[in-house]
Ligand binder design. Structure first.
Ligand SMILES: *[C@@H]1O[C@H](CO)[C@@H](O)[C@H](O)[C@H]1NC(C)=O
Ligand SMILES: *[C@@H]1O[C@H](CO)[C@@H](O)[C@H](O)[C@H]1NC(C)=O
Ligand SMILES: *[C@@H]1O[C@H](CO)[C@@H](O)[C@H](O)[C@H]1NC(C)=O
Ligand SMILES: *[C@@H]1O[C@H](CO)[C@@H](O)[C@H](O)[C@H]1NC(C)=O
Ligand SMILES: *[C@@H]1O[C@H](CO)[C@@H](O)[C@H](O)[C@H]1NC(C)=O
Ligand SMILES: *[C@@H]1O[C@H](CO)[C@@H](O)[C@H](O)[C@H]1NC(C)=O
Ligand SMILES: *[C@@H]1O[C@H](CO)[C@@H](O)[C@H](O)[C@H]1NC(C)=O
Ligand SMILES: [Cu+2]
Length: 220
């Protein structure tokens, strides 16, 4: 007779080892938990409704952009982090991983400070949602969302709270034109602007360690 523990472990293991956690800002719901109807396969937010004034959580996020912390479980994936504005977002039409998306290698914690796209100015109290999409080699996508309120008094996570594991790294994936100029200024921190623009002109493929540029470049 096979023990109940073994059966349970076998049933849970694929779930626990797959998909991803959105650790910060706090996700709408734990979409890895069993016994819910949520599924990370479901566009746009795993089937989880947005926070309202009476239910769900909203994280205060800085006006110029903030931290996003993920726990990734796959050997690698493509990553899109998008922003939509409003209380009940249906259109996640700003990219925070622009101009395209990232190729992330290694399972573990990825934590980045993401500036808002150039020209997007938020005011205190405005609401929005962050959508994180990971895409596998076959094109299948997983979704999680977090609801935020832009706040003048909010800060990014501290360096201690926001650490990317050594084994986790990412590169910006090159766009079809091979040209990043269009919308390529998403990292609009004053200090990093020049170096990123320079990189964009050369090649976008291997901006490894961009995390550092973001961290040092953000003026918040
Ligand atoms: C939302 O916040 C409440 C209160 O702090 C907490 O108990 C709950 O776990 C949070 N929900 C999620 C999905 O983290
Ligand atoms: C999941 O959906 C089914 C069918 O609509 C429903 O009966 C059930 O109560 C839902 N479960 C939860 C936890 O919401
Ligand atoms: C959000 O908008 C969608 C689409 O318009 C609608 O179906 C849904 O009921 C809305 N949810 C809330 C909480 O207002
Ligand atoms: C994004 O969508 C919102 C809501 O649909 C709209 O107001 C805004 O103009 C859009 N922005 C861009 C850059 O498409
Ligand atoms: C992304 O990285 C994976 C693993 O290193 C690699 O197999 C894949 O070809 C990469 N994709 C692109 C578009 O560079
Ligand atoms: C920031 O301001 C908001 C609204 O004024 C307030 O609710 C919140 O407690 C403040 N947070 C901090 C960290 O001061
Ligand atoms: C790249 O962008 C520059 C500046 O906008 C433009 O002059 C050039 O034609 C573009 N090249 C390609 C291959 O799209
Ligand atoms: Cu998975």
């Amino acid at each position: 007779m096979v023990s109940a523990t073994l059966l349970l472990t076998a049933a849970i293991a694929p779930l626990a080892s797959a998909h991803f956690n959105l650790e910060y800002p706090v996700w709408r719901a734990n979409t890895l938990e069993s016994g819910t109807n949520y599924s990370q396969w479901n566009y746009p937010c795993a089937g989880v409704p947005p926070a309202t004034s009476t239910s769900g959580n909203r994280t205060d996020w800085p006006l110029k952009g903030g931290s996003v912390k993920l726990d990734l479980h796959h050997p690698w994936e493509y990553l899109f982090i998008n922003l939509g504005l409003g209380v009940n977002v249906t259109n996640f039409n700003y990219t925070l991983t622009g101009p395209t998306f990232w190729n992330v290698s290694g399972a573990g914690t990825l934590c980045v400070d993401l500036p808002l796209p150039k020209g997007l100015t938020m005011s205190d109290g405005q609401e929005g949602s962050i959508q994180v999409v990971t895409v596998g080699a076959s094109g299948s996508a997983l979704y999680n969302c977090a609801d935020i309120t832009f706040r003048a008094n909010a800060t990014t996570l501290s360096k201690d709270e926001c650490k990317t594991d050594d084994k986790v790294s990412f590169v910006q994936v090159k766009g079809p034109s091979g040209n990043s100029t269009e919308g390529g200024e998403s990292a609009d921190g004053k200090k990093s602007g020049a170096s990123l623009a320079g990189l964009n002109k050369v090649a976008l493929t291997a901006v490894v360690g961009m995390t550092l540029s973001f961290v040092t470049g953000m003026v918040l």
